[in-house]
Design a binder for this molecule. Structure first.
Ligand SMILES: Nc1nc2c(ncn2[C@@H]2O[C@H](COP(=O)(O)OP(=O)(O)OP(=O)(O)O)[C@@H](O)[C@H]2O)c(=O)[nH]1
Ligand SMILES: [Mg+2]
Length: 337
């Protein structure tokens, strides 16, 4: 059993085998998944080699379908991914899975659960990576974004991102993927729980998983009414409601059809390209932020400028003017002409 898919540290992935840059790039191009794991680890560790390799290996002709699965803890997202991936794998597709912020710590609970279930799909064409990466602002952290880019560059046909549905991440997940599936489960006595879930604005597809549980029919009826009345998306897409029983694979074919049909819709409306452009734009902007963070804020010259501005403000200087001038000097860089 290969261990690399779940390596968290990355450092141990290729223990004893120091890989230089060229070697890593060559292995990546040759389809060695250990090189993928290594590059993701470098990115997670903030090693500039990771991002620079990604830039080198980026290939615009490689393009994956990106699917997001989001929903409350325990609704069955990982089990769905599992069944989904085994179906696609039979079709000889290559699937990359990124599980972001599993709801329990890595060493116990749900993650180990994930680990067990995910083993089913540790076939040759499936790559699974778990990341505990919520950014400081509550959104997805940057390594999660870059990880999907690494997987795409490697040539995965389909990338699935699993996130626990809370807060900011769910809105952001829409930017990262083409099709967002919101996963719900029947709750006894509360068929309208989906309204409270706070996820209703972002779904392209509603998945009612655990359709073997009591309360399914009532919930689905209410959900369908809700969709009919309220959730027609701006672009005219009406999110379908798909029933699944993830652990038996029931309904998975229908889910795959719904995803395909959403993709067809996005192609027709040219949104697929727009979404991709928006992602690239976001990456360029983020690159600038990272540069600012690493090359400007941490540098001595910028600290000197900031300190000087602080001193002037304290001795009665115009704070707004100082801030504006400081910003201009920082943008001009250490050696303005
Ligand atoms: N009865 C039933 N149980 C299911 C179904 N799908 C998943 N489960 C079970 O629900 C539990 C949670 O499933 P997970 O796939 O770990 O759920 P998750 O949404 O990934 O959970 P987190 O990652 O912790 O947020 C597991 O015990 C599954 O076996 C289903 O369709 N029916
Ligand atoms: Mg999970």
């Amino acid at each position: 059993m290969e261990e690399w898919t779940f390596s968290q540290t990355g450092g141990g992935v290729l223990k004893g085998k120091a890989m230089n840059r060229q070697d890593l790039a060559d292995r990546f191009r040759a389809g060695d998944r250990r090189a993928v794991a290594r590059i993701i680890s470098l990115i997670e560790q903030g090693d500039p080699l990771g991002t620079s390799l990604l830039a080198e290996l980026y290939d615009p002709s490689k393009r994956a379908i990106r699917i997001g699965l989001t929903g409350a803890p325990g609704v069955g997202k990982s089990t769905l991914v599992n069944s989904f991936a085994s179906i696609l794998e039979k079709q000889k597709k290559k699937i990359g899975v990124v599980a972001i912020d599993p709801s329990s710590p890595f060493t116990k609970g749900a993650f180990l659960g994930d680990r067990v279930r995910m083993q089913d799909i540790k076939g040759t064409n499936v790559f699974v990576r778990s990341m505990a990466t919520r950014g400081s602002t509550g959104g997805l952290s940057w390594p999660a974004w870059l990880t999907t880019a690494v997987l795409e560059a490697f040539g995965f046909d389909t990338i699935v991102i699993e996130t626990v549905g809370v807060g900011q991440v769910d809105v952001e997940i829409r930017e990262l993927v083409d099709t967002t599936c919101v996963v719900l489960q029947p709750e006894a006595g509360d068929s309208m729980q989906f309204l409270k879930a706070g996820l209703m604005e972002i779904a392209d597809i509603y998945v009612v998983n655990k359709a073997d549980k009591p309360g399914t029919n009532a919930m689905v009826a209410d959900l369908k009414d809700f969709v009919k009345l309220i959730t027609v998306r701006e672009n005219g897409w009406r999110p379908p409601v798909v029933l699944t029983i993830a652990n038996t694979g029931k309904g998975l074919d229908e889910l795959i059809r719904a995803i395909d049909s959403h993709k067809g819709f996005l192609e027709q409306t040219k949104e697929l390209d727009e979404k991709r452009k928006a992602r690239i734009k976001r990456q360029l902007k983020q690159h600038f932020y990272e540069k600012m963070e690493n090359e400007i804020w941490r540098a001595e010259w910028s600290d000197t400028l900031v300190q000087a501005a602080v001193n002037r403000i304290i001795s009665g200087g115009d704070a707004l003017k100082e801030a504006e001038e400081l910003a201009a000097s920082l943008i001009a860089g250490p050696n303005p002409v």
